[in-house]
Design a binder for this molecule. Structure first.
Ligand code: GLY
Length: 352
């Protein structure tokens, strides 16, 4: 931790992946940034996440998700390869991006309808997908798609590289507490806790998620696989299985029966997973919003927010950083910004 005598152009409050990306983007455009968080290096939702970069699975053809979220997610997913390479260049560390296309499979009619909606949406936008032959599907799945739009990162590697990149950037100061006075802008990026720092109140609620990691063998396939609420994400040194959705809860430890339930669902596709050693199980808290879309924009004179990224914080970090830097530093409004205004009316529920 350090302190600074110089006034900052922007104080960013919350050093999760959104705050870190925003800090780096702004500093690389020449702004002086103070990044405030009592916890450093960061933990929280960005650490707990599984690193899914899944625009199609999370947002394509979903009536319960804000209609512009898919475009936002898609554009952000497209920025990930370059951002990952840039973070590696800055930090000398692997930033964790893996471009292996995801597979999504169905084991019941509800899941099959979801696959059809994804396929139809991708086709309507001339985006790629590939049907998987029944014989090649895992376990009791009867339908499946390969989605080149949907990939993953090892978010813990990304955070490690981001921390080094921010610490080495001379325009970024990391601080435990906010400076008493700053003439510049303030950006709140504190996830589900953002309302505590805002004078206005946004409908952001905590949504806990539990997950686990299993040992990985060299012979395991590299692609992330999704089925309904469960995903299996092979990282270089472990396999992550997630995740529960528990709206309104702030969980700090796992429930062993929920963890067993996740393993059971994954083992319906890959029975061998039930026999693997569990490396770690943990819980994180997502910032949920009723329309599953983030709040991006100005809430008051010089006060901005970028929070409520629901299940897509890792995926949306690059786009969020670009949009917020444009807005705060240059007064430029991205075309999608109107859709995600913190002042928008929201309908819907906080359910998955
Ligand atoms: N991004 C997946 C999740 O929130 O569980």
């Amino acid at each position: 931790m350090a302190s600074t005598a110089k006034p900052a152009d922007c104080v960013i409050r919350g050093a999760g992946i959104i705050g870190l990306f925003c800090a780096l983007e702004m500093a690389e455009r020449g702004a002086r940034v103070i990044l405030v968080d009592p916890v450093w290096p960061p933990r929280g939702a960005s650490w707990a996440a599984a690193g899914m970069i899944a625009p199609a699975f999370e947002a394509a053809g979903r009536s319960d998700v804000h209609s512009d979220v898919f475009d936002l997610c898609l554009e952000s997913a497209g920025l990930w390869p370059e951002w990952s390479a840039h973070l590696t260049h800055l930090s000398g560390m692997d930033a964790g991006y893996d471009d292996t296309p995801s597979v999504v499979v169905a084991t019941d009619e509800v899941e099959a309808d979801r696959l059809k909606a994804i396929r139809d949406t991708l086709s309507s936008k001339s985006l790629p997908w590939r049907g998987i032959e029944v014989e090649a599907l895992p376990g009791d799945a009867f339908s499946g798609l390969q989605l080149p739009t949907d990939t993953q990162v090892d978010n813990r590697k990304t955070l490690g590289a981001l921390v080094v990149a921010c610490e080495e950037n001379k325009l970024i100061t990391v601080a435990e507490n906010s400076p008493a006075n700053t003439a510049g802008a303030e950006l709140i990026t504190a996830g589900w806790q953002s309302n505590e720092l805002l004078r206005s109140s946004l409908p952001i609620i905590p949504i806990s998620g539990q997950m686990l990691s299993l040992e990985r063998y060299d012979t395991d396939a590299a692609m992330p696989v999704r089925c309904g609420s469960v995903y299996i994400a092979p990282k270089s040194d472990r396999i992550i299985i997630g995740a529960t959705m528990e709206p309104g809860t702030v969980r700090d430890r796992v429930d062993e029966s929920d963890i067993a339930g996740l393993i059971g669902k994954a083992a319906r596709l890959f029975p061998d997973l039930a026999r693997r050693k569990v490396i770690e199980s943990w819980a994180g808290v997502r910032p949920g919003t009723p329309d599953h879309a983030p709040y991006l924009g100005k809430v008051d004179e010089l006060i901005y927010v970028a929070a409520g990224h629901h299940r897509n914080g890792i995926l949306l970090a690059p786009m969020t950083a670009g949009i917020m830097a444009d807005l705060i530093l240059d007064g430029l409004y991205h075309l999608l910004l109107g859709s995600f205004s913190p002042l928008r009316g929201v309908a819907g529920t906080h359910d998955e």
